[in-house]
Design a protein around this ligand. Sequence first.
Ligand code: MN
Ligand code: MN
Length: 511
Amino acid sequence: MAKEKTTNGSKRPNKRVEKAASSSAEAMKRIIGERSAAGGDDNKSTIDYLRESLAYEPVTLWDLRSGAEIAEAMQMSRSYQAFLDRAKTERAYVKETIARLEEAGFVPLDEQQRLLPGDRIYRPIRGKGLVAAVIGASPVTEGFNIVGAHIDSPRVDLKPRPLYDDAELILFKTHYYGGIKKYQWTSRPMALHGVVIRADGTTVDICVGEAEDDPVFCFTDLLPHLGRDQMKKTAAEVVTGEELNLLVGARPLPDRGERRFSLGLLKLLNEKYGITERDLLTAELEIVPAGRARDVGFDRALIGAYGQDDRICAWTAIEALAGLETTSRTAVVLLTDKEEIGSVGNTGAQARSYENVLLDIMQRICGKADERLWRYGLEASGMLSADVCNGFDPTFPSVSDKRNNAHLGQGVALMKVTGRGGKGGASDCSAEFMHEVTRVFDDAGVVWQVAELGRVDQGGGGTIAHFFARLGMNVLDCGVPLLSMHAPFEVSHVLDLREACAAYTAFLSRR
Ligand code: MN
Ligand code: MN
């Protein structure tokens, strides 16, 4: 951390305000008076002085971070990208996160009947969500420091009866998951991940398209030569949901007869995985962009990858938690599922399971049952809803209010409100809590910016914030800006990655 560097320079806005506040208004008038009296050139320094004392301007991390810190960010980016490559589904993400946590000394919550300060625990939520914590020294009535991110990402799922063949090609019917521009997902290599449960109850994990010599799959698109009618359609209709049919093969059984192409594939799947078409009916299979995360740009200052919404926040939150030694308040990281479709279901943020883990942790800290006490403990808690936001894109400036939009390379973005038109659905964070969080960040030398999602009435989006605000706790949205959010290849900034980790570390250690 480079506390000096960030807070140096009266460059940090809040320090400036503090400085200004410490000198009385009278003193300022005097300074301005003296400078004006000196005349000419000194007017400029008066303006500079006032600008430094009174005005707020965002800063760029490049001006604040040392060479060593930039190198550290690049190193962090290596680990982050490697993690993304291993964790392209929520199930894989939970598995990889558990491995990471165990390496950092975390143990399953259910193995601990009593929790003491410094204990490190985790509990998965049905293999698709996870709660991890470092137990603090202060009583549960003071509440927890919580960082919550989601680990599901937009993708394309298989329909329950996916397999068919047509015109000597073998295809899978699909149903997309989350908000995608469907045309972006055609004509590119795709991989298939998921689980199939066989007739005998055993589960087979499937992952095809990620290894160097694996085959891949794809959604086809129309050739431009015959695209005259298609090109007249709106982007929402250029490729429809029912046109996202995954090309998975073309080789039939040698014997002639009905469904010989589909049967050719079923035979192959049975030999490889021991599964039948009946087993596909209950399976969970997800189609995601094939290939690895990459550095973007000649200078490698950016990161391009699938699923950075919201795994960039999830990864940095877990890294922050794993790096904690002791804390005063208990530090908790929540990784939730189903955010992209409304945080529904028994693994989404609305599921009681997350709350239950928090109550279980409190019970094991207290050593006695007092639900009323725990409920107030939840209410006293503070949370960062760690989710990505849109970075300002100079190619598409019209959708943003530039001053009120997050910018890549300017640190974590704090969003008082999310939601849409007229703040509908927003979890409006209070001025008091937002101020407190910015103080915590300033004290730790964390660079932050404030943002809203695009222009008013342009669209909008939500996060898991309001589901936890409902428990009575203070919640503030705090995440990393991305370009091309929800596209198969999303772009983030290496210095924002490091800054997010620093921000979550500072918040999780909040006194
Ligand atoms: Mn998100
Ligand atoms: Mn999203």
